[in-house]
Design a protein. Structure first.
Length: 418
């Protein structure tokens, strides 16, 4: 089967969306399918994510970022805030929201639409795919696939790793939502199949669109993880968080409050945040006076991230304590599970992610400082007694490999393309 993939994020871009789509492309190729990819050059993100897909099968196109002007006007202040070393003024916030509402329709990759469509049309002229697969966000990729499908009469499949206008992080005004809802209905209505990462999200999408919708959760590849790395053999409890911080939503504040409750034991805890976007984190660390236990570190490559995860006692997962977060399955959760280190999940008591952690017995879910502090004491005592925090049993990981999930979608592709 010939499959054209449309995704703004694809390896070597080191982003969680690129990881999922890249792994899916590799799986399809391993099953004998002929795969081509149209992606975007992401100048602001390191090209450190490896893939086995040959570079000549991936068309990475340059595009105009509509936010370039805003970045020039506010770049220094905005960069400091996103990296966690500054604060955002109310005026800067207002201007940023106004700009995003007006200039980022349907999203900040609007300027990628024409170059991506041009590159895809060039591929199709000499290599007609049996199916087009587009993964979002950004949803601009879905619009590209929709237009190609209409132009060439090729069936297409839309993957929404996050919801579109029903996304709980959707923050645009009512007039903008109306525009996006029209686009959403028109674009998704032309797809042969809709794909998302959890059953609650699938229920929302399927009910709204009336289209066939299936669940393909995230997963992990055991072969990606290093075998020569062990948890730290020292007197500290090392906790790591990989990725983006969302203050007030996916927020580490309860963990810092728990440190205060530990008394002298807090000196035994070391918490590291690795990421490119950590808005406001530095200020929170200062305000709570936990600088002696907490450090902010830059983003690392995917391979180095897996090594750091393996070289941890505990891995920190931050969720937003809101009903809309119930169906959110982050790719980070499955990486953490693959690293086979206990997970400390904060923020959400019930949902697909915390429920999975409980069911698989791969960590602890806590929402208040006292419960977190109690769990930290247990882990410190365990490490003192055993020398390390035990890994979850292998049986707890069954069915969570990426290949288990991708095989289901490949089967649907075969049905759609015939």
């Amino acid at each position: 089967m010939r499959i054209l993939i449309i995704s703004a994020f694809f390896p070597p871009t080191n982003a969680i969306g690129a990881l999922r789509v890249g792994k899916f492309a590799e799986f399809l190729a391993s099953q004998g399918h002929d795969v081509r990819v149209v992606s975007a050059i992401q100048d602001s993100i390191p090209d450190t994510l490896e893939t086995s897909i040959p570079a000549d099968l991936v068309r990475r196109v340059r595009w105009f970022d509509v936010n370039t002007l805003a970045a020039r006007l506010f770049g220094r202040k905005l960069t400091a805030y996103r990296q966690g070393t500054g604060s955002s003024s109310s005026l800067l916030t207002y201007l940023g929201e106004l700009w995003r509402s007006c200039a980022n329709i349907p999203d900040n990759h609007f300027g990628w639409y024409l170059p991506a469509r041009k590159a895809a049309n060039k591929i199709i002229r000499s290599w007609r795919p049996d199916l087009i697969f587009a993964s979002a966000s950004p949803v601009t990729g879905l619009i590209v696939a929709h237009s190609l499908s209409r132009q060439h009469g090729i069936p297409w499949v839309a993957e929404l790793r996050d919801l579109w206008t029903d996304n709980h992080y959707y923050a645009f005004p009512l007039w903008r939502r109306k525009i996006d809802q029209v686009l959403e209905k028109r674009v998704l209505g032309s797809a042969s199949l809709l794909v998302t990462v959890s059953q609650p999200l699938a229920d929302i999408i399927g009910t709204k669109t009336g289209k066939p919708t299936m669940v393909v959760t995230n997963g992990f590849d055991p072969a990606d993880f290093p075998t020569d790395v062990e948890p730290p053999n020292d007197n500290y409890l090392t906790i790591r968080h990989m990725g983006t911080i969302y203050p007030g939503r996916r927020d580490p504040t309860p963990l810092f409050q728990a440190l205060k409750l530990l008394g002298p034991l807090a000196d035994r805890v070391r918490i590291s945040f690795h990421g490119r976007l950590q808005p406001g984190l530095g200020q929170i660390i200062q305000d709570m006076d936990v600088c002696h236990s907490v450090e902010m570190l830059p983003e690392v490559s995917y391979r180095d991230s897996l090594r750091l995860q393996k070289n941890s006692d505990v891995l920190l997962l931050l969720l937003w304590n809101a009903p809309a977060e119930y169906g959110v399955f982050t790719g980070k959760l499955f990486e953490y599970i693959g690293a086979r280190r206990p997970i400390l999940c904060l923020g959400l008591e019930r949902g697909v992610a915390p429920d999975l952690i409980r069911e698989r017995q791969v960590g602890c879910v806590a929402t208040d400082a006292e419960a977190i502090a109690a769990q930290l004491r247990i882990w410190i005592e365990t490490k003192d007694r055993l020398g390390r925090i035990p890994a979850p049993p292998d049986v707890q990981l069954q069915g969570l490999h990426r290949s288990d999930q991708f095989a289901k979608l490949e089967k649907e592709f075969s049905i759609i393309s015939t």
